[in-house]
Design a binder for this molecule. Structure first.
Ligand code: PLP
Length: 393
């Protein structure tokens, strides 16, 4: 049996999305900026896609900028605002549990003379509004706090955070990549000035994302060249991917409630069994404020990489830490920021469910997980020591 439970890393493209994209590779392939009928046809598809995305996010089409994905949109928001407003102030604030799409440009800004504050989180991964109140000052130009975390799923109080930012004259950006698949987000209601989403997290294609930029917000360009995206983001526009993103977003809104209910039921069943059947575990995240898809557990006395490998051997795809940082054996910065001890964080796994998962698959995962954990613990010197063994290190 093969089971995919890594939907927070990526989702399969919906067949209807692929169908909507196909004509733009072959028949309607014109450059959307060309001045002939081929160009006009793709420009129309681009305008329609922009309108769909704007309607769903609750903004004007001219506030939607298509990018090559969530990472580019995050980079653009943070660097673009910080560099543009350098004369006003050189302070930026992010949370300590952001995706690397924000963490890395923040590091870059710091090494280029900016002051960066990384807000702490509580043990459930929540940013406290009062910590932002304490950190923000007259020099702060942008506050960037993700909507939902990609490793533990915790949902942040973005509306309150945006209010604090605005009260101090700073802009507010949120990386909503993990939230948008599960939440109806209206950018005006939450008060975001900039917001990131990415196509491949809601059954759309990879390599395409959106940066919402509220009208009136000024930021430096990240990618310079031609006059695409109203001269703000250069490069021939990826029309098939953009059509795919808009189609996927629209389709996801139609079945949002049912999909969330289905996914949450699977996750609850999973958690209920894991907590009943596997000892020495710790759940990471916030039970009240979270997306329905993610369950993150630390399994004490074992290594996450070992769990991953044995589950993979049984056809099960899950993730340790975030997909982008796995491959490295560094402990998760998110779990460390939440106060999870380093040795415990090493044994952590993110299970993320999606609309194609079934109850049978979830049971299969738990069965194999139980076997895997006991097998690894049998070989674990730490587990042996804990049980009074005399393992000689
Ligand atoms: N932000 C978050 C919270 C994510 O989970 C991801 C993807 O894992 C990204 C940004 C990056 O998006 P993309 O893969 O489109 O670059």
């Amino acid at each position: 049996m093969k089971v995919y439970a890594d939907y927070a890393a990526s989702t399969p493209c919906d067949e209807r999305v692929v169908k909507a994209m196909l004509p733009y590779f072959t028949q309607d392939f014109g450059n959307a900026n060309s001045q002939h009928s081929f160009g006009r046809d793709t420009a129309k598809a681009l305008a329609d896609a922009r309108e769909v995305v704007a309607r769903i996010l609750g903004c004007d089409p001219n506030e939607i900028y298509f990018t090559s994905g969530g990472t580019e949109a995050d980079n653009w928001a943070l660097k673009g605002v910080a560099l543009h407003k350098r004369d006003k102030g050189n302070h930026v604030i992010i949370s300590s549990i952001e995706h690397h799409g924000i963490l890395s440009p923040a590091d870059w800004l710091e090494s280029n003379g900016f002051r960066v504050t990384r807000l702490p989180v509580d043990s459930t991964g929540l940013v406290r509004v009062e910590d932002l109140e304490k950190a923000i000052d007259d020099e702060t130009t942008i506050v960037s706090v993700m909507y939902a975390n990609n490793e533990v799923g915790t949902i942040q109080p973005v509306k309150e955070l945006a209010e604090v930012a605005h009260r101090h004259g700073a802009l507010f950006h949120t990386d909503a990549v993990q939230a948008i698949p599960y939440m109806n987000i209206n950018v005006r209601e939450i008060g975001a000035d900039l917001m990131t989403i990415s196509g491949h997290k809601f059954y759309g294609p990879k390599g395409v994302g959106v940066l919402y930029i509220r009208n009136g917000v000024k930021l430096d360009k990240l990618i310079c060249g031609g006059g695409q995206e109203r001269s703000q983001r250069a490069g021939t526009v990826n029309v098939p991917a953009i059509v795919g993103l808009a189609t996927a977003l629209e389709l996801s809104r139609r079945t949002l409630t049912e999909d969330c209910a289905h996914i949450a039921a699977l996750r609850d069943h999973f958690e209920e069994r894991v907590e009943r059947e596997i000892p020495y575990i710790r759940q990471n995240g916030n039970k009240l404020h979270r997306v329905p898809s993610i369950a993150n557990y630390s399994f004490e006395y074992v290594e996450g990489e070992g769990i991953l490998m044995l589950l993979d051997f049984n056809g099960i795809a899950v993730s340790s830490g975030s997909a982008c940082s796995s491959g490295s054996l560094d402990p998760s910065h998110v779990l460390l920021a939440m106060g999870v001890p380093i040795e415990v964080s090493h044994g952590s796994i993110r299970f993320s469910f999606g609309k194609h998962n079934t109850l049978e698959e979830v049971d299969y995962i738990v069965d194999k997980l139980k076997e895997t954990i006991s097998r690894l613990r049998e070989m674990s010197p730490l587990f042996d020591l804990k049980n009074g063994g005399t393992y000689n290190v």
